[in-house]
Write a protein that binds this ligand. Structure first.
Ligand code: SF4
Length: 284
């Protein structure tokens, strides 16, 4: 059982966390610029991936990481791989294990399995409430995702829901519908709204929402829910106490060079340090 991994992202401070980017996704979001959307990177069995994680943690943090988040791409497209990875991470006594997901394959069985493995957190994307908009944007219906929200709540997993605000697509009306839907399950569900960042896209899908629009989206959701947060490039990166270091697949270094260039044009003090997988794996 193998999965491709284009890179790992370590948060070096203030926490000691890593995001494992598992390649491949069952959605085709129009605004996606995730490198892990496509099957690219280096193939790893679960054991090989753990070896990379352990070695990288030692080099980058000087000790084992204490928070591991599976992301992508989409972690659930190979549930057996995901479950095996979480099991083996638990055996390593990692403090926190979590996952970010588009929720499409998060059915009752998988949720029960994640519950039995004591997964610590799930970040669930709900890209749109109106199914027509969801299908248009991702290529898939959101029926199973809406059900997943109810099941996550029912089985008492620690989760939050997030949406990217995109003017004229995922606009105030969609935010309102999502917030209303969530409030009918529980007013306490945490809902996070993110600002669309179109810089890395070749095609124009939408534009960057203004800070005022983000504030308004927050206010719309807040009418229904107790725990709403919103993030813009300002709040996400300035002031930025976070320091990241990546471990990148050697075969994708040219691609990463382009990504760094675009990121620097948006965030002038962008300075992503990285190691290559070969550098890490060739260490004794
Ligand atoms: S679910 Fe995420 S990785 Fe998949 S296509 Fe959409 S934005 Fe990209």
């Amino acid at each position: 059982m193998y999965r491709k991994v284009p890179f790992l992202t370590f948060v070096v401070s203030p926490t000691k966390k890593v995001k494992i980017n598992l390649a491949g996704c069952n959605f085709n979001c129009k605004g996606c610029f995730a490198i892990a959307k496509k099957e690219m990177g280096r193939s790893f069995s679960v054991e090989e991936l753990l070896n990379l994680l352990i070695k990288s943690s030692k080099v980058i943090l000087g000790e084992m990481v204490n928070d591991v988040q599976m992301t992508g791409g989409e972690p659930t497209t190979n549930a057996d791989y995901l479950i095996s990875l979480i099991q083996k991470l638990s055996d390593l006594h990692i403090n926190k294990i979590g996952m970010s997901t588009n929720g499409y394959l998060l059915d009752r069985n998988l949720i029960k399995e994640l519950k039995s493995l004591n997964i610590n957190y799930i970040k669930l994307d709900l890209k749109a409430y109106t199914d027509k908009i969801h299908k248009h944007y991702t290529g898939k219906s959101n029926a199973t995702i809406l059900r997943a929200v109810k099941l996550l709540h029912h089985y008492n997993l620690n989760f939050y829901v997030r949406t990217i605000f995109m003017p004229d697509i995922m606009d105030f009306e969609e935010i309102k519908k999502i917030a209303k839907f969530l409030s009918q399950i529980s007013k306490n569900i945490t809902y996070k709204i993110y600002q669309f960042a179109p810089e890395q896209l070749d095609k124009k899908v939408s534009r960057t929402p203004t800070h005022q629009e983000m504030r308004k989206a927050y206010s719309v959701a807040k009418r229904y829910l107790d725990n709403v947060e919103f993030y813009t490039t300002e709040t996400a990166y300035k002031p930025d106490p976070y320091k990241h270091i990546e471990v990148r697949a050697d075969e994708l270094l040219d691609r990463f060079k382009e990504i760094d260039k675009i990121s620097k044009s948006v965030i002038p003090d962008w300075n992503m340090e990285y190691f290559t997988m070969n550098q890490i794996l060739n260490l004794p």
